[in-house]
Ligand binder design. Structure first.
Ligand code: ADP
Ligand code: MG
Length: 321
């Protein structure tokens, strides 16, 4: 099977809608953008051995590559529309492609995303997915909008993906069955907080998605907004296992990354709206601190003492020292 057979067999039959004038098959896709909307565009690459274990289930890879991008779209409060996929693989592995495309198609259908093109090459297993969404001009949520006095929120819980990764690596941890299931789910099949992100458009003063670790990503928000975040460690939502760990271990789990949760701020007077949105989206949302004048992140323990912390999180090109 060559490149063109592969495209015809696996990618030509993805569902599209009326916004796609020409999809897969021509030199480029022709699209009909929603009138009066801004377009929002993001790309994420997943490399086997870096972003996922080489023997990860192909369905999980499909899920993860789409949701990593959906999470960025959610963090802008936008609605996803179209995606392209650049796929590089060492050889045509039909079992892998079958499982991968079935799940990608399911997720695209579920989230009303049309696959409109891509590129197929031979090389290491690498997937680059680009996602385009749309949004009302007045609903865009940026990193730079946080103001002193705002509340600071986190969706879902921090550290479950890190625990899921550790389990996958063969780590043995004392977890309840439900904790184990949750951590495996959040690591292998993270679901982006799309409904929550969209509902927070115009309500959140600043928002970003948490993929590099809670403190690392929060520092991007505080820098962009030129503010300080005061975070109460005890309020950071985590599974019981993580909460019971010694401080250093607990911080390790919380800051590891791959959470695909949303970090956002909102003025105090929006508290009721935020709570109502969380209920409507059936997504846990926790107030973990406040925004003040200053810079950086102050992490406080239950007695109000500052806790020393490193930001943690994954950085490409970081020197090991
Ligand atoms: P070109 O040579 O013009 O770049 P290709 O021969 O690479 O086009 O691709 C043919 C068609 O198949 C194009 O519409 C392209 O967008 C689409 N395509 C190629 N690879 C993929 C893929 N992995 N997923 C989805 N669409 C793809
Ligand atoms: Mg090409």
């Amino acid at each position: 099977m060559d490149e063109f057979d592969l495209i015809a067999r696996y990618f030509a039959e993805f569902p599209t809608d009326h916004t796609v004038v020409e999809g897969i098959g021509d030199d480029a896709a022709v699209l009909r953008p929603p009138p009066e909307q801004f377009l929002v565009m993001t790309t994420d690459t997943l490399i086997a051995g870096v972003h996922f274990p080489p023997d990860e289930q192909p369905a999980s890879v499909a899920h993860k590559v789409l949701h990593a991008n959906l999470s960025d779209i959610a963090a802008m409060a936008a609605t996803p529309l179209w995606t392209t996929l650049a796929l590089s693989m060492p050889e045509v592995d039909t079992d892998w492609l079958d499982a991968f495309t079935v799940e990608l198609k399911n997720q695209c259908r579920h989230h009303k995303v049309s696959l409109i093109g891509g590129d197929t090459t031979q090389g290491k297993l690498v997937l680059t997915l680009t996602l385009i969404g749309s949004i009302n001009a007045d609903s865009v949520s940026l990193r730079r909008g946080a103001r002193p006095g705002d509340d600071l929120y986190f969706s879902g819980d921090a550290g479950s993906a890190a625990v899921g990764h550790h389990l996958w690596q063969g780590g043995d941890l004392e977890l309840s069955d439900s904790e184990r299931a949750q951590c495996e789910q959040r690591y292998h099949r993270p679901t982006a907080r799309l409904a929550l992100g969209q509902a927070l458009g115009g309500i959140a003063s600043a928002m970003l998605d948490c993929s590099d670790g809670l403190l690392a990503d929060l520092s991007h928000l505080t820098q962009a907004s030129a503010v300080k975040a005061v975070v109460n460690l005890e309020q950071i939502p985590s599974i019981g296992f993580v909460r019971q760990c010694q401080l250093a271990d607990r911080l390790g789990w919380i800051t590891w990354g791959d959470d695909y949760e949303l970090i956002f701020t909102a003025p105090r007077e929006q508290r009721e709206s935020v709570e109502q949105i969380a209920r409507e989206c059936t997504t846990q949302v926790t107030r973990i601190g406040t925004i003040t004048d200053g810079e950086g992140i102050d992490l406080l323990d239950s007695t109000g003492q500052s806790v020393e912390h490193k930001q943690g999180g994954y950085r490409h090109f970081q020197q090991a020292n």
